[in-house]
Design a protein. Sequence first.
Length: 255
Amino acid sequence: MGLGKGVTAEVIEPALDQPPRQVPRHVAIIMDGNGRWAAARHLPRVAGHRAGAQAVRRTIEAAINKQISWLTLYAFSSENWQRPEDEISDLTGLLRHYLRHEVAELHRERVRLRAIGDRARFGPDITRELADAEALTAGNTRLNLTVALSYGGRSEIVAAARAVAEAARAQKLDPATLTEATFSSFLFTAGMPDPDLVIRTSGERRVSNFLLWQAAYAEYLFPEVLWPDFSATHFDSALADYGTRDRRYGTRSEP
Ligand code: FPP
């Protein structure tokens, strides 16, 4: 594809202009380990997801306390639709409950909520509640909380490529001038900064189709803790670890 010369420089230059960032602007989390947490306690998987929802609350609070501006949580992947129906129903039930009972509190805390992913798959009621929550909290600036729901990085990129092709066909966009920044504006995350730090809990070391484009230069951290046990202390240690990372964006540390 004709992404053209200069595209690489466009991405690297801003990083070269800045000193290494010690505090991440954007933290993204793959919340993994709910099932293992429940199994270790001889509880049904739903108990793990419920405890996971408590960890979501704690993490939002920790992010606010640490003045993190952007927090993105992977709550439901496009692959999660392949789980048994009762688990899908438990997860969608939790999401519905969360939207009905927690959005007012998020708004009080001046959190802006956004959802990325194929939200229509959750049906009209959740789709509408998500839109209402986004509209209610649109003016908030303390924490930008993004929840990835029915989200898959590859399908997001394919949808963006399709939209670019359609814009080109309609002669609204010249393919020869397409840049990474223009392409990014066709993603769900248009207007959001890229994640600086991606955390995956439970010791699994996989990216699992999460923010594939956006995390190109992110630092990754794979703590062993299962998501329901994730606490403010784990969050703080992750920030401390990030603070030691030397982000080079493909450049050298020495001249
Ligand atoms: C991964 O654990 C977690 C999920 C698939 C769902 C994440 C959902 C929550 C944290 C709760 C609901 C969130 C909101 C925003 C209301 P797993 O089931 O894959 O665990 P395992 O790998 O140990 O089996």
